[in-house]
Write a protein that binds this ligand. Structure first.
Ligand code: FES
Ligand code: FES
Length: 79
């Protein structure tokens, strides 16, 4: 299978909390999108760990092809 796998061709909208640690799934294999559930095991892909210093709405990339991980940058529109 070609990785990263496209989990969905649109972002996941998440209201993030201050100081909470988020592990964005970069491989696309997680069943708990947009976050890592450990399914990258055996691939050479690791999750991206992110924290936010303000509560806000984040659009996490679901296609995993973004040039600005972990954020949707519109690349999904070209897939
Ligand atoms: Fe995709 Fe962990 S399951 S990075
Ligand atoms: Fe990946 Fe938008 S969902 S770039």
């Amino acid at each position: 299978m070609e990785l990263p796998k496209i989990a969905q061709k649109e972002p996941y909208t998440v209201e993030v909390e201050v100081g909470k640690v988020y592990a964005w799934c970069a491989c696309g294999l997680s069943e708990n999108q947009p976050f890592c559930d450990g399914n990258h095991k055996g691939t050479n892909i690791s999750p991206l760990i992110v924290k936010f210093n303000e509560a806000k709405t984040v659009y996490f990339c679901g296609c995993k092809q973004t040039a600005n991980p972990c954020y949707c940058d519109g690349t999904h529109n070209k897939l």
